[in-house]
Design a binder for this molecule. Structure first.
Ligand SMILES: [Zn+2]
Length: 464
């Protein structure tokens, strides 16, 4: 999520499709005609191309829903005194164009202006920033500051590279993706139960991670300090001494809940999928976290000489720690009291948290002005749409199942779906369930809450 240091205000570049005329076909199918259309089946279509992206922006990108979300009931056309008519206008967007041209401080008066700008530029990435006190074009003025933004979280699989052995760099597979599933479950529960947030939007980042947008009004108004405090609260301190160990023995309910979620994921993902205990170079590192030299040596001897499975070693480690933590401290005990037992009791939980507790990119969450990639854009490397993830069904989400430009192109053309007339875009394409989820499970409750709030305010004003 790094931002370029030199930020152009507005760069005028030719539209990716400009060829001197206005007659740009609205879909690739129209441009090619029937016979060529048949040849462009899913199998021989590239994952990503400017033409496919244009087709997606023409027919499938949910402008209306995005506007409804990001305006939070502040319709610029509304006559109600309760709406902030500049709200959407003061929201920063940035576009990344072809050749990595990055345009910050864009903003739009309304949905139609947003749509026109996207269609004109066909950005390979759209980022969403804060709502400012003035239109973002005024960003050079002295009195320009961010007023509010969703509380956001960014989790990237590459931050797990030292505990996953199936893939490297930006690659992902079914064996490592559940690291993300576990992170969603832990954070979703914490944000709802500990902080009382309700309007959470989880989104696949298009390649190797997930984002979370916390959209409650209270979250949008958090200061930078409050955001940092939440990130700190969501971090489990490990390896820092007796206090850290004790918090893993006498667990606070929030830590206990995370542990209960993570323990089965640790077994499935780390022990089974990743083979954490399958090879000496891996399990020796885990054993370094066991604060008892005699126990470590005992286990090394057993594990080196026997034909144990990774699962056997994990079970044996847990049982041994259980037994040995009740014994008297040995010479490498920390301090004079029986602290070795404390550290030993904590070490199983510490191993689990160290391997699979959510690894947040904290800087993304801490700053109001930080931009984050918009939902529903398309990742140019994978051609996959950044679709919402239902946290209550995230075990069944897998990145390879999400709509890709290639698949959507085939669906749009095979099924002859008409462009958006009724607002029911995505009909008969694999975008449909994701759009339905966005509308019904995310947008509708938020809009209802806003309406009730506005009604209450109006009633109060009538009373006066
Ligand atoms: Zn993998």
């Amino acid at each position: 999520m790094s931002e370029p240091s030199a930020i152009p205000q507005e760069i005028v570049v030719p539209s990716p499709t400009s060829g001197g005329g206005d007659a740009v076909p609205t879909s690739l199918a129209q441009a090619l005609g029937t016979s060529a259309r048949r040849e462009l089946t899913e199998a021989n279509t590239p994952n990503f191309s400017p033409q496919l992206l244009r087709e997606y922006f023409d027919h499938l990108f949910p402008y209306k829903e995005m506007f409804r979300w990001l305006s939070y009931g502040n319709d610029p056309e509304s006559s109600s005194a309760l709406t902030d008519k500049n709200y959407f206008r003061n929201r920063e967007f940035s576009f990344t164009l072809e050749d990595d041209i990055y345009v910050r401080y864009r903003s739009f008066a309304n949905k139609e202006e947003f749509r026109q700008a996207v269609l004109q530029r066909c950005p390979i990435k759209i980022d969403i920033g804060a709502v400012y006190n003035a239109p973002p074009t005024m960003h050079n003025s002295v009195n320009f500051f961010p007023k509010e933004k969703e509380l956001v979280f960014d989790i990237d699989m590459t931050d797990y590279n030292n505990v996953r052995f199936c893939c490297d760099e930006a690659n992902i597979c079914g064996l490592c993706w559940p690291f993300m599933t576990a992170a969603i479950k832990v954070l979703d529960a914490a944000l709802r139960e500990d902080f009382g947030f309700e309007h959470l939007l989880w989104v696949y980042s298009g390649r190797r991670g997930v984002h979370c947008w916390v959209c409650d009004e209270r979250a949008r108004h958090l200061s930078n300090d409050a955001r940092s405090a939440i990130v700190t609260n969501l971090t489990v301190a490990l390896g820092g001494g007796q206090n850290d160990a004790e918090q893993l023995i006498n667990m606070h309910p929030a830590i206990q809940r995370a542990y209960d979620i993570l323990e089965p994921y640790f077994v499935q993902v780390c022990v089974k999928n990743q083979g954490l205990f399958d090879r000496p170079e891996r399990w020796l590192k885990v054993l370094e976290m066991v604060p008892h030299s005699e126990l470590r040596e005992t286990l090394v001897k057993k594990w080196e000489t026997s034909e144990l499975s990774g699962m056997d070693r994990w079970v044996q480690l847990k049982k041994s720690v259980d037994v040995w933590s009740g014994k008297k401290p040995t010479k490498d005990a920390v301090g004079k009291n029986d602290k070795q037992g404390i550290f030993l009791k904590a070490c199983i939980a510490e191993i689990i948290f160290a391997h699979i507790y959510p690894r947040l990119d904290a800087n993304v969450s801490k700053q109001l002005h930080h931009l984050l990639k918009s939902p529903f854009v398309v990742h140019p490397k994978t051609g996959r749409v950044c679709v919402p993830i239902d946290p209550s069904d995230c075990d069944n989400f897998h990145p390879t199942d999400v709509p890709s430009l290639r698949r959507l192109h085939a669906e749009l053309n095979d099924k002859a779906v008409t462009p958006d007339q009724s607002g029911d875009i995505g009909k008969n394409t694999s975008m449909k369930p994701y759009l339905q989820f966005f509308r019904q499970s995310f947008l509708a409750p938020m809009i209802k809450e806003q309406s009730l709030k506005n009604r209450d305010i109006a009633m109060q004003q009538l009373d006066f």
